[in-house]
Design a protein around this ligand. Sequence first.
Ligand SMILES: C[S@@+](CC[C@H](N)C(=O)[O-])C[C@H]1O[C@@H](n2cnc3c(N)ncnc32)[C@H](O)[C@@H]1O
Length: 293
Amino acid sequence: MATLVSQNELQFDARIVNVASVRQVSPFRYPGGKTWLVPTISAWLRRRKKPLNTLVDPFAGGASVPLGMLGEGIVDRIVLGELDPDVSAVWKCVFSSQEELLSRRIMTFPMSRDNVLKELSRGPRSGVDRAFQVLLRNRTFRGGILAPGASLMKVGENGHGVASRWYPETLVKRLRALYSLRSAIDFIEGDAFALINRYIGQQDVAFFIDPPYTAGNGKRAGRRLYKHSELDHLALFDLLGRAAGIVLMTYDDCPEVIEMANSHGFQIERVPMKNTHHEKKYELLISNCGRFA
Ligand SMILES: C[S@@+](CC[C@H](N)C(=O)[O-])C[C@H]1O[C@@H](n2cnc3c(N)ncnc32)[C@H](O)[C@@H]1O
């Protein structure tokens, strides 16, 4: 069972979700990705009585949660925001008429360590080129990390080296499925605060907030994973404390975050998860649903 950290209990299903059982829809293998939370969030949102139209994810990364909610028909529309121009290049391409060109690049790439190094050593010549290089890097670098300092896999899974996570047919299937959903998806490259402000007064909106974990003791881990990781976490709580719609945040379990959530009237629950080293740890789910359910 979940451990309560405040008087206000949220009704989350606290069993550890096996991530392999969740349908993957994103082309990214995203560090800190929340695919494992998709079943929990979908069950929780289904129980909300408030009419819900749009899900806004301003720290989209691999966008596993909003894409999952759209796929399950829990919302009609999703709005994705992301500051990293490389990650943004992929999403812009996927939801544009260039998607087919990107898919072709993926299908025809002759995968080998030398070819990956050669491809990534030259600057991108177009939007499609950039999107392709980002996906290639994401799927051949250790932990899918795109931040400076990341390095190419050596052994990979089962000794398959750089090809361990390169599944062209599967990737292309996902890209085509996403392209077919494009009329229900808005992607906006830019800062999360501006995007949140745009929807802050709307009641039929839910925010899914999964920022880099750089508050309190999580500082170093979050910095290593993303190019953009510095964030004014207190300002984020201040802003979301004014939301008219549902707010659902995920954070690392640290006293600084618990303090900010409590002082802004949010409810908190710890949920168990397994990290990449298969160790059990807890993350926080933080919500305002008590006021708006
Ligand atoms: C924890 S990751 C999100 C992972 C995502 N939920 C998933 O399942 O794949 C946080 C993301 O926020 C982005 N980011 C960092 N600062 C940002 C900002 N100020 N505005 C928008 N995005 C930002 C990072 O580039 C990173 O992709």
